[in-house]
Design a protein around this ligand. Structure first.
Ligand code: GLP
Length: 229
């Protein structure tokens, strides 16, 4: 695993460059994009001054809340607003009730995920693969934990408004991506980042599965990386 710890602005630029370089090398590649506040900052940097054309690239949303497929609070709307509309990406795939069981086949038909762009939950989730998710999961419906719902409460204007379930690429789906970048910012992510890097690869910290990934880059600001040696 390659680990980069730097000032947040530098990390944002590095993340944007890694994404752009991937598309530059393979303009028709499939990229898995996760949602969340951390990646919002990456997408803002990426869309500020794009250096390559993204129009041939195929976007695969990592997650979507059950019932919010067409809602402004859903991941698809968020990613469309922040990213796809600004970069001119028109081929967009979202897991939903109709396709979630065949979503991994859609990914395979697109040539596999060239790059997965991920964040991490404070409980170690990637996508919505919560603790105790099995290692060999494909895209599925996940029940959100109380910790995840609490983390998302602000976004939904209260914990009671947070959906209880979400479609998510599975751990196997994400770990099958040829390249992975995972971004984490802020002090509240420092413990989980430590566990991602040094923890046992148990289902307790799903993100720790990425320790075994051959092309994994962890991009941290100084606060999120503070507990690493
Ligand atoms: C959600 C997403 C994850 C993301 C996580 C981090 O739970 N499903 O893919 O990694 O949020 O969120 P944030 O960046 O807002 O802390």
């Amino acid at each position: 695993m390659k680990i980069v710890i730097d000032k947040r602005d530098n990390i944002l630029q590095q993340a944007a460059k890694l994404i752009s370089d991937t598309v530059s090398a393979k303009p028709d590649c499939a990229i898995a994009f996760a949602a969340g506040e951390t990646l919002k900052q990456v997408y803002s940097e990426l869309t500020k001054n794009p250096t390559v054309s993204f129009s041939g690239c195929k976007a695969f949303n990592v997650t979507e809340y059950v019932g919010l497929e067409n809602d402004k609070n859903g991941c698809a709307s968020e990613l469309y607003e922040e990213l796809y509309s600004k970069l001119g990406i028109s081929e967009i795939h979202t897991p939903n009730a109709e396709n979630f069981e065949s979503y991994d086949d859609e990914i395979a038909a697109a040539g596999g995920i060239e790059l997965a762009v991920l964040g991490i939950g404070t409980n170690g989730h990637i996508g919505f693969n919560e603790p105790a998710t099995l290692f060999d999961t494909h895209t599925h419906i996940a029940k959100l934990t109380d910790k995840t719902k609490a983390m998302k409460a602000e976004h939904f204007g209260g914990v009671d408004n947070v959906p209880v379930e979400a479609y998510t690429m599975g751990l196997k789906t994400l770990c099958s991506a040829k390249n992975v970048i995972l971004c984490a910012f802020g002090e509240e992510k420092a413990d989980v980042v430590y566990n991602l890097v040094y923890g046992k690869t148990s289902t307790y910290i799903p993100a720790a599965m990425l320790q075994m990934h051959m092309n994994m880059t962890l991009l941290l600001d100084e606060a999120a990386g503070a507990k690493l040696d």
